[in-house]
Design a protein around this ligand. Structure first.
Ligand SMILES: NC(=O)c1ccc[n+]([C@@H]2O[C@H](COP(=O)([O-])OP(=O)(O)OC[C@H]3O[C@@H](n4cnc5c(N)ncnc54)[C@H](OP(=O)(O)O)[C@@H]3O)[C@@H](O)[C@H]2O)c1
Length: 324
């Protein structure tokens, strides 16, 4: 089968198309013919090996896994003798996280992993595209804060993968949503349900005097200290981007102030919580209350160009790799 192989950390040039052995499912595994995968920020981090502490999980001097790719959608082509939840022909979507393996024509997954049936009305590209952003956003909104109807939620980086999903979940939980993005993405975020838009290129948040119950800085560009004036008395500042400054602030403010800062590595959560969220994502995709924003679609042969585009930090929603 065709797959992307990596042998070293580095730029997009470390991603090479090669021919490798098609896997055979074990008794508890399904063989998935992958139709689409996506280029997530996690796959970029795993390619670069930065930040360096991430290498404790991905390999110190070179990547532990040869085939990258953190999520996928496809069709079950074969099942092992002990598989009970899936059958040949089933449409599925899955998150592979640190195990990777999604940049390939085929993958074997145990039926106990984060694999779930894909709704019939959802394409493979839509399914794989939503997984990273939606699972991250939902984890923050279930584990770290509880949004009450009418709460004011500010989402920074609203046009990105996490941001576009976070707008939709915050609306789903009844929040009044203010989205921060550049002017060119204002129509996009309003279309996803945001009530108000602030243009970060015009410093509109700085000039705004409102206070929010939750500030979700999905792209790690805001400072908690500077944002405190925008938080209500018991407001919470959420960030999925791990920085030393945020960690030290988190320890100090958690102890001494009511306005909190919270970070979470959502991919490291317990499997049962992640499966619960995956089921909610599936349900919302099926009933149309969660939509995938697709920016660009590349082929497997164009993987280096796809990574280069994501590296620039300005994708709108999600970047897809169509496989077959
Ligand atoms: N902790 C976790 O569990 C976890 C899980 C997943 C991801 N992450 C991390 O979360 C971060 C976000 O991931 P993502 O996939 O959502 O990112 P992304 O899709 O690559 O974000 C791109 C978007 O960010 C916007 N943006 C860039 N600079 C901005 C600024 N200064 N202010 C506001 N918006 C800005 C861009 O809009 P413009 O083009 O208009 O600039 C673009 O639409 C990454 O660092 C990723 O590693 C963490």
């Amino acid at each position: 089968m065709k797959a992307i192989i990596v042998n070293a950390y580095g730029g997009p040039e470390v991603l090479n198309v090669e021919t490798t052995q098609k896997p055979t499912p074990k008794a508890n595994e399904v063989l998935v013919k992958i139709e689409a995968t996506s280029v997530t920020r996690a796959s970029v981090m795993m390619r670069t090996g930065k930040p360096y502490f991430g290498r404790l999980f991905t390999g110190i001097s070179k990547p532990k896994v040869k085939i990258p790719g953190t999520d996928l959608a496809g069709v079950v082509e074969a099942v092992g003798s002990e598989v009970s939840q899936f059958a040949v022909g089933d449409k599925v979507m899955a998150e592979t996280d640190l195990n990777c393996g999604a940049y390939a024509e085929y993958i074997c997954l145990s039926e106990d992993e984060l694999i779930i049936h894909r709704p019939n009305n959802v394409s493979a590209q839509e399914a794989t595209g939503i997984l990273d952003g939606a699972s991250t956003a939902l984890a923050f909104f279930t584990d770290q804060v509880t949004i009450q109807p009418g709460d004011k939620v500010l989402i920074n980086g609203a046009s990105g993968s996490i941001g576009t999903a976070a707008i939709q979940f915050a609306k789903h939980f009844g929040a009044e949503v203010t989205a921060v993005c550049s002017g060119k993405n204002a129509a996009l975020v309003l279309g996803l349900g945001a009530d108000h838009v602030l243009d970060y290129t015009q410093n509109e948040l700085e000039q705004n005097t409102e206070q929010f119950n939750v500030i979700f800085d999905t792209v790690g560009k805001l400072s908690y200290v500077k944002s405190k004036k925008h938080l209500t008395e018991r407001g919470v500042f959420l960030t999925p981007v791990l920085k030393f400054s945020a960690l030290t602030t988190m320890l100090l403010v958690t102890t001494f102030t009511k306005k909190k800062l919270k970070f979470a590595a959502t991919g490291l959560r317990k499997q049962d919580l992640r499966m619960r969220d995956l089921k909610q994502i599936k349900e919302m995709l099926a009933n149309g209350s969660l939509k995938t924003v697709i920016d660009k679609v590349y082929s497997l042969d164009e993987i280096q160009a796809a990574h280069k585009y994501v590296d620039a930090g300005h994708k709108r929603g999600n970047v897809i790799v169509a496989i077959q």
